[in-house]
Design a protein around this ligand. Structure first.
Ligand SMILES: *[C@@H]1O[C@H](CO)[C@@H](O)[C@H](O)[C@H]1NC(C)=O
Ligand SMILES: *[C@@H]1O[C@H](CO)[C@@H](O)[C@H](O)[C@H]1NC(C)=O
Ligand SMILES: *[C@@H]1O[C@H](CO)[C@@H](O)[C@H](O)[C@H]1NC(C)=O
Ligand SMILES: *[C@@H]1O[C@H](CO)[C@@H](O)[C@H](O)[C@H]1NC(C)=O
Length: 658
């Protein structure tokens, strides 16, 4: 790996180095004072003779930056209004350069501030809030790079996103027409029952990416820049910068522990699904070592909520009631859905969404921008928080909007905190809280409260079918997020070498997920799936997806216990049908966490709700407990052994399906 530096690049490092020398000197001075003068060293003044000066500098930098941030927020607010002013010809395209300019100014500001703050020895600051502000703002991820390197990183990320959305794979037997992974190939994958088609798309997408090492070389260049950002932070292990805000020595280990905690449930589901797809595809499916081929896994995940599936739901004759028609009758418009989800949070005792919010800060996304995967967007420019939403009306959107509303609530609370701690305590924390609300909003009990379902619970068979589909969606995803995150981090930290990247990837897939490639692979290709590329963006990494899933169920369990809508042991109040709507006890916990922003460590904040200081799979395990029991019995009945052979040998053609 070669490092290119300009002098500007080295600036923070040089300053940092200078201060290490200075600190060492002060430390020695302090020791000498202790040893020879025997003064009272517990007094702050003697211990840190320059603390007051550092503190004054820190406050000065922060005050100045806060003022500059105000003007950036004002510009963001104006851009939001321009984006959403009706009939003026403004749209995303002609707002893009303005948005870009604001983001550049923001990046320059935080970079300059970080350089300034890196001269402050954090430990010497007395005020704990000031200490946290300095600590959080003094180190950066990609924003710590020089303009040139940052641009390169951005271009690489852009290139890798085009792998997902560019039409580059020949359609089946017809190269006049080309398809993109999202949405075309995935749409095909969800429908087909032809294994050869699955294989074709799986292989072709990867062979296009292997042409002139496109994917691998972009990835390696990108990793070089992530390492450079870590180097500026003085991190010898580059993943410390990737996991910067988790403030934990071996954060990946903590994630891994949760994956293993959930593994017994994952293995039962995995074994059940393997039996299903074997009976669907018969002998053609190579799966003799107890693992599921990657292309079939993709199909299963895509079909989580489909009516025609390659797997068998627990009670096929007793499918879930459709809510579409009632939902359209009751909720009528998207604005009504937004108001219902706002009411969810108001019922917990959180902020009331005022008329001015609906008049000025809640806007519909224009028709010209509506893609197949239209997603709402939440904005932060305190004191206001704003929303752009999709004019779509379905069950999924109803649930998702509760996540957006949680983020809006969070933005209102954190906007009152000083710059630097006006954020979530770690990435994924806010969406974890949102996820808890999303889960509650989709329960039969809540749909009944909205008069969409006539009964507050499904019958037992339907309830199992619902848990099963939720399980496909959630339990299969957890090891995938973990593998994608770990693969990036292991490459970054040098645990996986450049000469066996692909084998390293399949090793992880095999070990943590029981997934194998559908055909023989070697180092000529680079096989990670499209979600891996999505997660390379530090704005929405796989780390955050994984964490918000785990925290989501942990918070959900905590809010449900607080509201007494979950009563362990009582079949009337199982965790999977808990709706904490209307519970100010749950709301208080949520509010306390939101109000604290990043003023405390995320462990201190999660403890408020969960009473625990560590990530745990308990929420997931208790939620899916009835499914776990059902799967164990079903597998036993069918003499299916959960688990798989877990070894991938890195040789010339290291994977050969038996
Ligand atoms: C050091 O000073 C503090 C306050 O000035 C006092 O409370 C403490 O007892 C002193 N400790 C010793 C060992 O003299
Ligand atoms: C920084 O700003 C705070 C609040 O705006 C103010 O009270 C304080 O005096 C300012 N400090 C300096 C050093 O400018
Ligand atoms: C950084 O420090 C320089 C020199 O003291 C000062 O001119 C500049 O305004 C500071 N910038 C920020 C964002 O703190
Ligand atoms: C609601 O569903 C439960 C469980 O299936 C059933 O026992 C109960 O009678 C139903 N209530 C109504 C009002 O239909």
């Amino acid at each position: 790996m070669s490092w290119r530096h300009s002098r500007q690049d080295l600036l923070p490092y040089v300053i940092c180095h200078y201060f290490i020398v200075l600190l060492t000197f002060l430390y020695l001075l302090n020791c000498a004072t202790k040893a020879f003068a025997l003064t009272n060293t517990t007094t702050q003044q003697t211990k840190y003779p320059h603390a007051a000066i550092y503190e004054a500098h820190a406050i000065e930098y922060l005050n100045k930056s806060s003022t500059l941030m105000q003007s950036i927020w004002t510009r963001r607010r104006n851009s939001f209004f321009s984006l959403t002013t009706k009939g003026r010809g403004y749209n995303v395209v002609n707002q893009a350069p303005i948005k870009q300019e604001i983001e550049n100014d923001y990046r320059h500001l935080v970079r300059e501030l970080a350089i300034n703050l890196s001269t402050i020895p954090v430990m010497q600051l007395q005020d704990p809030i000031l200490r946290r502000r300095v600590k959080r703002l003094a180190k950066l991820q990609l924003y710590g790079l020089s303009d040139e390197d940052y641009e390169e990183a951005k271009n690489l990320l852009h290139t890798m996103q085009t792998f997902i959305t560019t039409r580059m794979v020949c359609s089946l037997g017809d190269c006049q027409q080309t398809l993109s992974m999202v949405p075309s190939i995935l749409n095909h994958v969800v429908r087909t029952k032809n294994l050869a088609d699955l294989e074709y798309f799986w292989r072709e997408w990867r062979s296009v990416l292997a042409d002139r090492d496109r994917a691998k070389s972009a990835f390696i260049s990108y990793v070089r820049l992530l390492r450079l950002a870590a180097y500026y932070n003085g991190h010898i292990t580059p993943s410390r910068t990737w996991y910067l805000y988790y403030d934990t020595d071996n954060f990946q280990r903590e994630l891994e522990d949760v994956v293993w905690e959930i593994m017994p449930l994952y293995q039962e589901l995995h074994a059940y699904l393997l039996k299903c797809v074997r009976s669907t595809y018969g002998e053609k499916l190579n799966a003799n070592e107890g693992a599921i081929p990657a292309h079939v896994l993709e199909q299963i995940i895509r079909q989580a909520w489909s009516s025609r599936t390659v797997f068998r739901t627990p009670y096929p004759k007793n499918q879930l009631p459709t809510v579409k028609q009632r939902l359209e009758e009751i909720l009528v418009t998207t604005v009504k859905i937004i108001k219902k989800s706002a009411e969810f949070f108001e019922s917990l005792g959180l902020n009331h969404m005022s008329d001015s919010f609906y008049d000025r800060f809640s806007r519909r996304i224009g028709d010209e921008e509506l893609g197949p995967d239209c997603r709402a967007e939440v904005f932060y420019f305190p004191p206001d928080a704003a929303l752009r939403y999709c004019p779509k009306l379905d069950y999924k959107k109803l649930m998702q909007i509760h996540g957006n509303m949680a983020e809006l609530q969070y933005n209102i609370y954190r906007g009152r905190l000083p710059f630097g701690v006006d954020s979530e305590p770690c990435p994924g924390f806010a969406s974890g809280i949102g996820e808890a609300a999303v889960i509650a909003s989709g329960t039969p009990r809540h749909l009944n409260q909205l008069h969409i379902l006539f009964n507050h619970s499904l019958n037992e068979e339907q309830s199992m079918n619902r848990l099963f589909r939720m399980g496909i969606h959630t339990i299969l995803a957890i090891p995938q997020y973990f593998v994608n995150d770990k693969f990036l981090v292991d490459v970054m930290d040098g645990h996986i070498g450049a000469q066996d990247l692909n084998c390293g990837y399949w090793n992880l897939q095999n070990k943590y997920a029981g997934i194998v490639p559908p055909m023989r692979r070697n180092e000529k290709t680079f096989d990670p799936d499209f979600k891996f590329y999505r997660g390379l963006n530090p704005e929405k990494p796989n780390t955050v997806k994984l964490l918000s899933e785990i925290l989501g169920y942990q918070f959900y369990r905590a809010f449900c216990l607080a509201s007494e809508q979950y009563r362990p042991g009582d079949p009337e109040y199982p965790l999977h049908n808990c709706d904490f709507y209307g519970s100010t006890k749950a709301g208080d916990l949520m509010k306390q966490m939101m109000e604290a922003g990043a003023t405390k460590h995320w462990r201190d904040l999660m403890e408020i709700a969960t009473g625990e200081r560590k990530l745990s799979g308990k929420g997931v395990m208790e939620y899916f407990a009835p499914l776990y029991t059902w799967l164990k019995e079903e597998n036993k009945k069918n003499s299916v052994e959960p688990g798989w052979e877990s070894e991938t040998r890195c040789s010339k053609d290291y994977y050969t399906p038996s």
